[in-house]
Design a protein around this ligand. Structure first.
Ligand code: ZN
Length: 141
């Protein structure tokens, strides 16, 4: 795989997320007006509009809510990775994010427990997840 991963565009609005990512920290916020969890971190609460937000770091553990296997991709970098799994991960702190699940595709299932790790060869670092409790925990079910 000679291509390099295309990187996200860091804007004023996404800088809190990607600055933390480059410290290998998954940032999220709590809204002190409505109690909501805000992800990605931003300037105001998307539920109530409040600016009264505090910034926190996720432990990076969660459960796969949904997933798909990518088998075709127009970008040369991602084409070189196919087939791979992309999932919606419910983090234990109460937010959901889309990310690659970097585990063998036939071992990943909805409901699996996953843990974050960071791809750090470029800036910003990229959050990926790996299955930590899957087939073994499910037994033969
Ligand atoms: Zn709010």
């Amino acid at each position: 795989m000679s291509e390099r991963r295309p990187l996200p565009r860091v804007t004023v609005e996404t800088d809190l997320l990607w600055s933390a990512a480059t410290r290998d920290e998954l940032a999220y916020q709590r809204c002190h007006a409505c109690g909501g969890i805000v992800f990605y971190p931003r300037g105001h609460c998307p539920r109530c509009g409040s600016l009264d937000l505090s910034l926190h770091t996720s432990a990076g553990r969660g459960t796969i809510y949904s997933m798909t296997t990518v088998r075709l991709h127009p970008d040369p970098y991602f084409a070189g990775k196919t087939p791979y799994v992309v999932g919606l991960v419910d983090l234990d702190e109460g937010f959901r994010m889309l990310a690659e699940i970097d585990s063998p595709i036939d071992t990943v299932r909805i409901g699996d427990r996953v843990e974050i790790f960071w791809e750090s060869d470029q800036i910003p670092h990229i959050p990926l997840f790996t299955v930590v409790a899957g087939i073994e925990a499910r037994g033969n079910a």
